[in-house]
Design a protein around this ligand. Structure first.
Ligand SMILES: [Zn+2]
Length: 512
């Protein structure tokens, strides 16, 4: 299940850790299994920080492994939803001066989704943020989701991570990276995690994997300001707290790593409540069809087992459905249609998606998501027409990629390639679009271009070695083709890109 252990050199890291002094530490945010003890961490007055480009490089090292993990998911629809909230929070952090121009420019500011059911969100070095679908599953409103993201964002903008990293300055970056990955793996599988951190160092290390209490309070305070400035309801912060606190009382089975790193103290709760009072009278959240649909989607994607899918598929048939509030109906129908599609029951999936379209009519954003689901369900059943008919001119990533996929599937690959070329020119880091473009080229027999597109997909996921292998294969092909007068423009693009990757690889080798 956890493949990054072998790949990240974690085995080496664990053995090496035996010689770590107890106070040497590692870092990372809110993902780590740790007791509620706060160890000797730098105080907020301590200004020593890892510089931002070193932090970015360390983050890349970790992100590269996360992209390769089977848990990573690039879901067109959820990704767009989270991206939108994240961008609003970033804008607010800029406007408030929390996000400096230097960090804005140097860090990645990207959210990586994981399809695990565990409730977790964590900030990584260099502006990457990890979010497990399990956390989306338990949110009732987008405000609650925004509150968690804003809190994690603030750990990064306040340089909490860099301060923790500084404590590691005697460790090689690969070792810090391996430890972060190890801690993330441990958060998913508490038993394996404990075994991994076996020995006398385990407790000492875990104690140091946390932000200090002061850092948590600062992330609460700044995060609250950022999320309210971004237009989210302050009560989302409080209800999310209450929810997590309640969950903490009921569960101690490792499903809530976020709680182990974020103790929901009475003090933090009181702070939150007084902040909310200052912000004004709580208002009842407006029914949010879009959020209900996104929770339905996250639940299905994080529960891929047949039993789970059957239970989601069956929920829409209950007699109480008709009496349920509209948002609940919409969320249930969405999950049921998607689950039926995953169960390869296309007739049921189509019927439920059609029902969803009726119930969402009049709410423009919800109706769009219903159309996307209809297209997705049809595409999975071998009918490309609804996806091909999506309005790719709308500029939405799901529309562009789904309609391109439909064109590749239905023998219009040239059309798809043209559309995707335009898209990747504007979004060169979109790995999924590059992959699809590769498939479109392959379908047209344009092998050299297909290989380059695959290389670009690897680049987007920071896997320079895999990209280099593809570029070399493409160069080889170009040499052979040249004999018969090949594609000179494409060949020269490939040469240029190969040189760029070579220098990135050299840089990487020096960092070790
Ligand atoms: Zn935190």
């Amino acid at each position: 299940m956890m493949n990054w252990k072998e790949r990240s050199g974690l085995g080496r890291g664990v053995r090496a850790s035996k010689r770590w002094p107890a106070a040497a530490l590692l870092a990372l945010a809110c993902a780590l299994p740790a007791p509620l003890v706060q160890a000797q961490l730098p105080t907020l007055g301590d200004t020593s920080e890892m510089n931002s480009s070193a932090e970015r490089k360390l983050g890349e090292r970790v992100a590269r492994e996360l992209y390769r993990d089977p848990d990573y998911i690039d879901d067109l629809v959820l990704d767009e939803y989270i991206h939108d909230i994240w961008q609003r929070l970033l804008d607010a952090a800029r406007a408030r001066g929390e996000l400096t121009a230097e960090l804005d420019d140097r860090f990645a500011w990207q959210v990586l989704l994981g399809k695990d059911r565990i409730i977790n969100a964590f900030a990584l070095p260099g502006g990457w943020l990890g979010l497990q679908l399990g956390l989306i599953n338990v949110t009732a409103t987008r405000d609650e989701l925004a509150s968690v993201l804003a809190h994690e964002l603030s750990h990064v903008t306040q340089r909490h991570i860099s301060r923790l990293m500084t404590q590691q300055n005697r460790q090689a970056p690969w070792m810090i990276g391996a430890m972060i990955l190890g801690a993330l793996a441990a958060s998913k599988n508490p038993e394996a995690g404990n075994a991994m951190m076996a020995g006398g160092q385990a407790l000492a290390m875990q104690n140091q994997l946390n932000f200090s209490r002061d850092m948590e309070r600062e992330a609460d305070r700044i995060g609250f300001g950022v999320m309210t400035q971004a237009g989210y309801e302050p009560q989302g912060f409080v209800t999310m707290f209450e929810k997590l606190q309640q969950a903490a009382r009921l569960n101690d089975n490792g499903a809530f790593p976020y709680l182990r790193t974020h103790p929901m103290t009475t003090e933090r709760m009181a702070d939150m409540q007084s902040r909310q009072q200052l912000a004004g009278r709580p208002v009842a959240p407006a029914p949010d069809l879009v959020h209900a649909m996104m929770v339905g989607r996250a639940r299905v994607l994080s529960n891929p087992g047949v039993d789970g899918l059957h239970s989601y598929a069956g929920e829409a048939e209950g007699a109480q459905m008709a009496a349920a509030p509209r948002a609940r109906q919409v969320g249930t129908l969405y999950a049921a249609a998607l689950a039926s599609s995953k169960l390869r029951e296309p007739a049921a999936a189509t019927r439920l998606a059609g029902k969803l379209a009726v119930v969402t009519a009049g709410d423009e954003r919800a109706a769009r998501l219903a159309r996307l689901l209809e297209a997705e369900v049809a595409l999975a059943a071998g009918n490309a027409a609804p996806a091909a008919a999506l309005n790719a001119g709308s500029g939405g990533r799901p529309e562009v990629l789904l309609s391109s996929q439909a064109r590749v599937n239905s023998g219009h690959a040239a059309d798809a390639a043209q559309r995707l070329q335009t898209w990747v020119a504007l979004h060169p880091r979109d790995a999924q679009a590059w992959q699809l473009l590769g498939a479109a080229y392959t379908a047209q027999g344009q092998t050299m271009r297909a290989i380059r597109a695959e290389a670009e997909a690897q680049m987007a996921h920071l896997d320079y070695q895999a990209a280099m292998d593809r570029f070399k294969a493409a160069q080889e092909l170009a040499r052979k083709a040249n004999a018969g007068g090949g594609d000179h423009i494409e060949a020269s693009i490939i040469d240029t890109r190969a040189r760029q990757v070579e220098s990135l690889l050299r840089e990487q080798a020096l960092e070790r």
